[in-house]
Write a protein that binds this ligand. Sequence first.
Ligand code: CA
Length: 225
Amino acid sequence: MKKILIIEDEVNMIEGLRFNLEARDYIVIASQDGETGLKRAVEEQPDLILLDLMLPGINGYEVCKKLKESNPEIPIVMLTAKSQESDIITGLDLGADDYITKPFSILELLARINAMLRRSGTNSTIPDPFQFRNIEINFRKYEAFKDGKTLKMSPREYEILHYLLERKGEVVTRDDLLNQVWGYESFPYTRTIDAHIATLRKKIEERPEEPEMIITIHGKGYKFL
Ligand code: CA
């Protein structure tokens, strides 16, 4: 089971998160200020940290910086209020891996946590950076290169590709992609998935109309060869 540390001063927020995370079999520990949070991060070695920005004592930025200094691999999701959106960049500069703006949809947060834990290596078998043919992908940094030149991909495209690679050689249905990559209940249409696959192919395939990496399995879904 994966362990999540919540550093957040609002008790209601902690309890709401705890309820939802425990319902999905995560172990939840929480601290209400930065100092205790840092201590618990060392003692408990969580798999992921949810970090509020506005904390009493040392603020979320400082906590983030210190956490990343002691353990650069630990995934951190910052919880920020809407009014602080301009400060998010600072958080990402300090090493936060993702952020979510309050009030947020719990389903969206769960999807992000899920995606991040998959990427963070402990339960992923995909090398990072990943290389195939003339493509190099660094999933943690969201960087991609084709023939040594930067390849622009959206976060969603990274997620799709990562999931396909995780299940390399297997058929991945559109429902799998909806659940694992989008994850929300407000589902996009399945043709949204097809559109994403089409743009992804244009970026990584030599001949997108005759794909050699992401192939269509008629009536089922897709498969990464
Ligand atoms: Ca707060």
